[in-house]
Design a protein around this ligand. Structure first.
Ligand code: DAH
Length: 339
């Protein structure tokens, strides 16, 4: 027995392992319930009484030396692992999870791009606005229903300060600081006091367009909008203008495009009509030019305004408006290809 222990001591002292798995295999081989050293300890009871002391000391030493060696190997493996992690500068970088552009940003950028090619530059204005820029300068009469608390968010402590309900307010911001020729588009967020549902939200996004110069006509407006519709929805797209009313334009119109799904034959998307409404437009009302310091006897202008969510819906058939503001990455990832 003593001979066996001596042999095993030499064996244990020269144990080697390169990985944590190999260390664990050694632990099992020597020290587990069925391990070789454990077996020796079990045989201890067979040792004759006069040898018990000597053998006992030897077995204990063997066990301690095995424990020491195996724990030492274990630690060496652990530090080796972290050293490699820190020092291997040639290791491939961890992948960085990139996001995607929001569908509304994609559509907004596309609109900006199309009008940029027609010479329109970008303009912006504040979302927290005053009554003058949103309503009065846009020729809204004092008793117009849009000024009602039911449609507009007011700042509680200041009845004159509101969240803008449309980007038409940026028209006023541009005209008050710049004389014609003016050619701008103004994208931005707008707010209305609506209950949130699949079809309405208390905030959404619009793009406003404004063109003011000498000799601007309704024909110019129509041609620019036709070109926009073709660029946005495809070359076969047709447009139609229906007479409408806005306080800030005269004459005013609403524009439909031929249905993006059926091309005009009639389907569920266009409710059988073949047409989809996409924007409001018209010739800038002389009162609006005058209110913003531009001489209406010298200059004329056209304007238009469209909802970005509306255009995104027509392009991507998003059924529920709420998806645009929930930021569920499963939804956002669906637009990865369009990025
Ligand atoms: N401001 C209108 C709205 O929010 C949209 C609009 C209609 C803008 C006609 C215009 C326009 O510039 O000419 O519904």
């Amino acid at each position: 027995m003593l001979e066996k222990i001596k042999q095993m001591l030499a064996e244990v002292d020269s144990l080697q392992a390169k990985t944590a798995d190999e260390v664990e295999a050694l632990r099992i081989k020597y020290l587990s319930k069925k391990g070789e050293i454990t077996a020796l300890m079990n045989d201890f009871r067979l040792v004759p009484a006069e040898q018990k002391k000597q053998v006992g000391i030897a077995i204990n030493e063997l066990k301690n030396r095995a424990l020491e060696r195996i724990n030492g190997l274990k630690q060496a493996c652990a530090t080796q692992d972290t050293e490699q992690d820190d020092l291997d500068l040639s290791r491939t970088a961890y992948p960085i999870d990139l996001g995607t552009r929001h569908p509304l940003t994609l559509v907004k950028n596309e609109i900006i791009d199309i009008f940029a090619r027609l010479g329109f530059s970008l303009a912006e204005g504040p979302e927290v606005e005053d009554d003058w820029h949103v309503f009065s300068s846009m020729n809204f009469p004092d008793d117009h229903p849009a000024r009602d608390m039911q449609d507009t968010f007011f700042v509680e402590s200041h009845p004159d300060i509101i969240l803008r309900t449309h980007t038409s307010s940026v028209q006023a911001r541009v005209m008050e600081r710049q004389q014609p020729p003016i050619r701008v588009i103004c994208p931005g967020r707008v707010y209305r006091n609506e209950a949130i549902s699949a079809r309405a939200h208390c905030f959404f996004h619009q793009v406003e367009g404004l063109y003011v110069d000498k000799d601007v006509s309704f024909t110019d407006l129509k041609q620019v909008l036709l070109l926009f519709a073709k660029e946005m929805f495809g070359n076969d797209t047709k447009i139609r203008l229906r007479p409408s009313y806005f306080p800030f334009t005269e004459p005013s119109a609403e524009m439909d495009v031929s249905c993006t799904i059926c091309g005009g034959k009639g389907c569920a998307m266009c409710k059988g009509s073949g047409w989809l409404e996409i924007l409001g437009c018209g010739m800038v009302h002389p009162n609006v030019l005058a209110a913003n310091g531009i001489d209406p006897t010298q200059y004329k202008g056209y304007a238009f305004g469209m909802g970005i969510e509306r255009i995104a819906n027509l392009k991507y058939q998003v059924k529920d408006l709420r998806l645009f503001s929930e930021n569920d990455v499963r939804f956002l990832r669906e637009f990865e290809a369009a990025n």
